[in-house]
Design a protein around this ligand. Structure first.
Ligand SMILES: [Zn+2]
Length: 293
């Protein structure tokens, strides 16, 4: 199996995007695994700190390992949005392929020093584990947002290309997540704001590592195509999967009011999640329909 960085580089060279989908349970994992494998595409599973608290750090790692081994399938695991070195260590010990340190709430210099500390620790223990970091303010929390919840994104919230270059150089991160108009969550009433595509191009020119687009839920198809063209190599989706999970659960209970057997109800949840994963993966990789990864 290719290493995660080799896989990412392949997507970067092809100007396509690798999917990063968050899970908190087995239904979402099953839906993502079956869909991505069916499309012959590798995939990254993401678990945030709260998702890890629910599913278990060692438990999710064992599940990914078992699928990877049984099906010889390139599925990778990322410790998404991790706020402390202690939690980074837990994920590393459990065998994660990548960790995302989120120091974006700190001022620029402090974000650099904290991220650098994480990179140095991770690389001294295992050079294979990738470290991703974020610079700029990506608002929201992977939920359905009201317009009033999200103040207008201001230019100073977005990542400046010069700062991106300095940040990547000083910290030594493997992957970089910029704020380019993206949000965590979906604004129901008016749709999500457009991405700043020219900023993505400038950041891509300024840094020499692959770019990760967080908050992929609610982004328009045309924006995705342009963002990937401009240099995004990984896209994160969470909120859309959560909505599909709930929609599937409601439909399953409504269609089967007497049913109590989980494995008869949950396939409907899986079906709803699969629709989202399939639509997104096909969109991001339409140029390489028959590419062998
Ligand atoms: Zn994120």
């Amino acid at each position: 199996m290719k290493s995660l960085i080799e896989t990412i580089k392949q997507f970067e060279n092809n100007k396509t995007a690798l999917g990063h989908f968050n899970v908190s349970d087995l239904t979402a994992l099953k839906a993502i695994f079956e869909t991505a494998r069916g499309l012959n595409l590798p995939v990254i599973i993401g678990v945030s700190e709260a998702e890890r608290d629910f599913i278990g750090v060692k438990q999710i790692s064992a599940l990914i390992k078992s699928l990877r081994e049984e099906f010889s399938y390139p599925m990778y695991l990322n410790a998404d949005h991790t706020h402390s070195l202690e939690k980074i260590k837990q994920a590393m010990e459990a065998g994660f392929d990548a960790v995302m340190f989120d120091g974006s709430d700190f001022p620029f210099e402090e974000n650099i020093s904290r991220t650098k500390e994480v990179v140095e620790y991770v690389k001294s223990a295992n050079r294979e584990i990738l470290v991703e970091a974020e610079l700029g303010a990506i608002k929201g929390n992977s939920v359905i947002l009201r317009t009033s919840d999200v103040r207008q994104i201001k230019p100073e919230d977005l990542t400046a290309p010069e700062q991106a270059a300095e940040f990547v150089k000083q910290t030594g991160v493997d992957l970089f997540a910029p704020a380019v108009g993206n949000l965590h969550g979906i604004i129901e009433s008016q749709g999500n704001p457009s991405l700043d595509i020219s900023r993505i191009s400038e950041i891509k020119k300024a840094v020499n590592v692959p770019l990760v687009l967080h908050g992929g839920s609610g982004i328009r198809d045309a924006d995705f195509i342009s963002a990937i063209d401009a240099g995004v190599s990984i896209v994160h989706i969470n909120t859309e999967l959560r909505i599909a999970w709930r929609k599937g659960m409601e439909r399953a209970l409504k269609e089967n009011p007497e049913e109590i057997t989980p494995y008869k109800l949950l396939p409907i949840v899986i079906e709803e999640i699969k629709k989202v994963v399939e639509q997104r993966l096909k969109l991001w990789n339409f140029k390489f329909k028959n590419a062998k990864y």
